[in-house]
Design a binder for this molecule. Structure first.
Ligand code: FE2
Length: 204
């Protein structure tokens, strides 16, 4: 864990052109360098505001600050996960292996059924949001979440292992308004090893 008390924008674990043609360099640059960066800066500004108020002993609008922090921090954390669970198509692999493959088969019956449900969650998210695959800490079940904005419909006890960003800023340059085409493209650039590793860590 970092001792830094503020968020930092992580470098991508691959080149900006590495996800083409499924995600273009221009789209990825805009998404990472501008949109993700804005959530990092937004969250840090609130942390600074809270720190300053505490140091100076001044009042702060706690309700407003915490609501905004939930959104900005959610944006940062989900984007951070998103970049890590993507990989260039040549390295991505077509299907998951390991405990992830076993878990998906157990929960959904087949990988194809999981893909269908996850894609439906992604394409039908109202407005701006995410589809996420998560593990329930109470039952060990793998559950699909449909997150609105960055922080609505998030269950407290679910640990997220894979996300797909379906905000328009994630795909508009490449796919215009055709979100289903972006969702279909996503399946070519999933880093299944990373998702599997994340699940393994939760099962220990
Ligand atoms: Fe995004």
């Amino acid at each position: 864990m970092s001792e830094n008390r503020f968020y930092t924008l992580p470098d991508l674990p691959y080149g900006y052109n590495a996800l083409a043609p499924y995600m273009s360099e221009a789209q990825l640059r805009l998404h990472h360098d501008k949109h993700h960066a804005a959530y990092v800066n937004g969250a840090n500004a609130i942390f600074e505001r809270l720190d300053r108020a505490r140091t100076e002993g001044t009042d702060v609008d706690i309700k407003s600050a915490l609501k905004e922090l939930s959104f900005q921090a959610g944006g940062h954390i989900l984007h951070r996960l998103f970049w890590m669970n993507l990989a260039p198509a040549g390295k991505a692999g077509k299907e998951p292996g390991g405990v992830l493959a076993d878990g998906l088969k157990k929960e959904f019956g087949s990988f194809e059924r999981f893909k269908k449900e996850f894609s439906a969650a992604a394409t039908s998210a109202e407005g701006s949001g995410w589809a996420a695959l998560a593990r329930c800490g109470l039952t060990g079940r793998l559950l699909i979440m449909q997150i609105e904005k960055h922080n609505v419909n998030v269950y407290p006890h679910l640990r997220i292992i894979m996300v797909l960003d379906v905000w328009e800023h994630a795909y508009y340059l490449d796919y215009k308004n055709e979100r289903p085409k972006f969702v279909e493209a996503f399946w070519n650039i999933v880093n299944w090893d990373e998702v599997n590793t994340r699940l393994e860590a939760l099962m220990k």
